[in-house]
Design a protein around this ligand. Structure first.
Ligand code: ZN
Length: 572
């Protein structure tokens, strides 16, 4: 497996630049096999679920040395196209699927956060204090003490200020504790100073400096206010790159071959890690990444930066998506609602919170659309959904061009019934995650106290399928679980708003996601002319009870014909 992985990375480098693996590298890994004259690979003895409506199932497929599929169908027909002496992969009568595509996943962040101290969710302030003191001891040399994973909304109404507690636990250097959902950080006084935040500063655009009962900074920074500390505490480029490599191994092990990085924090230099992976031939996933739109930056300055960073001409790495936060999250009371929260989470924003003024949002969306960006709108509340649909509909371009760009909403938690048909009408894609926490009925019961009965329609996946919208499934890893098979299982088995059938759920995590990411002409199905991006699964998912789908092992993951993950139980 180790050998395979090393070989595959070398090979990907060649694929990216000269669209062929050198005989030298293939020779290393195939030294005890027959010489390959044609450079063609055939996959046989397979149950290929192609996700191609014209093909359905197939027995075999073949691809050339550039990893492009040249035949799909019955084995005899595929072998006839493949010609003499192809490399043969015997799939062992297993199910083969196109590689999964994840339209919302925090790739470098997941790897970077994994190197930090881990703070579990739901602890008390004093438990976190002890963990912070331990973390301070463990991270002896570093400039900041860094931890991730805590749920910070429990810390808002504590008797003692979280700031004082973290000052006591980490007295000598700045500290940052990232929340589990990406919407808040907790820092100490040295952290506030390093970020340039003074006690009397007003809240920044799109963010909240949380304060205790006496009006003093609490050390909790909500929504975009957290970026001031995240930027100041950003790990170095080497750490970012290591995080990306670690995360890509997880993606490969879970059968993910195309992503859109959802963080896009160019203020923390994340794009440089991706560029380095492409340059060094270590990129093992196609990426149509987003770039974060910072609410606090001057508009002209930021648009110039984003225009310079735009790219969409590579099969491997594009920065062609802008991540625009419309609102926050329900748990912090920052999700933007059409009416007030039944029980206000924070009296300062009784109906929730918006990152941008309507004028700013309109300017950004129009200008980014003009540059060529597709826009991924973070939306949770029903007003945020409506704001996104309104601003897309009002783009100064014709309706067809707007639909062709495939702007999308992500999370898409609460959709007012009047807005359901608008997705299909305007051509906006609805992207959903299905974490166990978020689709659980007891969570909806809890939320109903704050937002009323609409909580029972949270994440209205089935409703938007019925409304003929294009819908996709994604993970939001590491804020949610990564495995696509788990997401698919939960999408089918949740109590309400379940996806009607496995065919639809698979399409949502393959071809429909490819469509959303602008990769559907070359990926998303096993089809002649597309890249051989595929997975081999332990079980045929159609033979399983849907509740068992997530127990299926990913045996083999291949991108552009190059293996990037192989389970020990699988010998091709
Ligand atoms: Zn996210």
């Amino acid at each position: 497996m180790r050998q395979l992985r090393r070989w595959s990375r070398i090979c990907v480098a060649f694929l990216a630049f000269v669209t062929a693996c050198s005989s030298d590298t293939t020779g290393q890994s195939n030294s005890d096999q027959e010489p390959v004259s044609s450079g063609v690979t055939v996959v046989v003895n397979a149950n290929v679920y192609t996700v191609d409506a014209n093909q359905g199932w197939a027995e075999a497929f073949a691809y050339d040395e550039a990893g492009v599929i040249i035949a799909v169908g019955a084995e005899a027909d595929v072998r006839a196209v493949a010609g003499e002496g192809p490399t043969v992969i015997d799939a062992g009568d297993k199910m083969v699927l196109p590689g999964f595509q994840d339209a919302h996943v925090h790739v470098p962040e997941a790897g970077i956060n994994a190197e930090m101290c881990f703070f579990p969710r739901g602890l008390t302030l004093s438990d976190y204090e002890a963990l912070a003191a331990d973390c301070d001891g463990e991270q002896g040399e570093s400039d900041w003490v860094r931890a991730a994973g805590a749920s910070l909304f429990d810390l808002r109404d504590t008797d003692e200020s979280p700031l004082a507690v973290l000052d006591r636990a980490v007295p000598d250097r700045p500290a940052i504790v990232l929340d589990d959902l990406g919407h808040a950080v907790w820092t100490n006084t040295l952290g506030l100073e390093a970020a340039g935040i003074r006690p009397d500063d007003p809240d920044p655009q799109g963010g909240v400096f949380h304060r205790d009962a006496s009006g003093h900074l609490s050390g909790l920074l909500l929504e975009d206010a957290q970026q001031l500390v995240r930027n100041a505490a950003a790990p170095d480029d080497e750490t970012n790159y290591r995080g990306l490599l670690l995360a890509m191994e997880e993606l490969a092990a879970n059968g993910v071959t195309t992503v859109s990085d959802a963080g896009g924090y160019w203020g923390q230099n994340h794009p440089a890690a991706w560029e380095r992976a492409l340059a060094e031939g270590t990129l093992t996933v196609r990426a149509a990444n987003s770039l974060y739109v910072y609410p606090g930056l001057p508009i002209d300055e930021q648009l110039a930066e984003l225009e310079a960073r735009f790219s969409n001409d590579s099969d491997w790495l594009r920065f062609d998506t802008a991540k625009v936060y419309v609102d926050g999250i329900l748990d912090l009371g920052t999700a933007s609602l059409l009416g007030p929260y039944d029980v206000p989470v924070d009296e300062h924003y009784p109906s929730g919170f918006n990152y941008f003024t309507p004028e700013q949002l309109s300017t950004y969306v129009n200008e980014l659309h003009t540059i060529g960006y597709r826009i991924s709108f973070h939306v949770i509340g029903d007003k945020a959904v409506r704001d996104a649909l309104d601003v897309i509909e009002a783009i100064d371009d014709n309706a067809q061009s707007i639909a062709d760009r495939r702007h999308r909403t992500t999370h898409t938690y609460l959709v007012h019934p009047d807005d359901l048909p608008r997705f299909a009408e305007i051509g906006v894609i609805a992207d959903f995650q299905q974490s166990a926490d978020a689709v659980a009925t007891d969570y909806h019961e809890f939320l109903a106290e704050f937002v009323g009965d609409q909580a029972f329609d949270l994440i209205p996946t089935a409703q938007l399928i019925e409304a003929n919208a294009t819908v996709t499934l994604s993970s939001d890893w590491d804020a949610g679980p990564l495995p696509p098979l788990g997401t698919i299982e939960r999408s089918l088995t949740r109590d309400a708003n379940a996806v009607p059938d496995l065919e639809t759920a698979l399409a949502m995590h393959t071809i429909d996601a490819a469509y959303a990411l602008g990769h559907h002409d070359t990926t998303g199905s096993i089809e002649v002319g597309k890249f051989a991006d595929y997975v081999v699964l332990q079980h045929n998912l159609f033979d399983l009870d849907p509740a068992d789908i997530d127990d299926t092992t990913i045996l083999f993951t291949v991108v552009a014909g190059t293996p990037i993950h192989q389970d020990l139980a699988f010998t091709p």
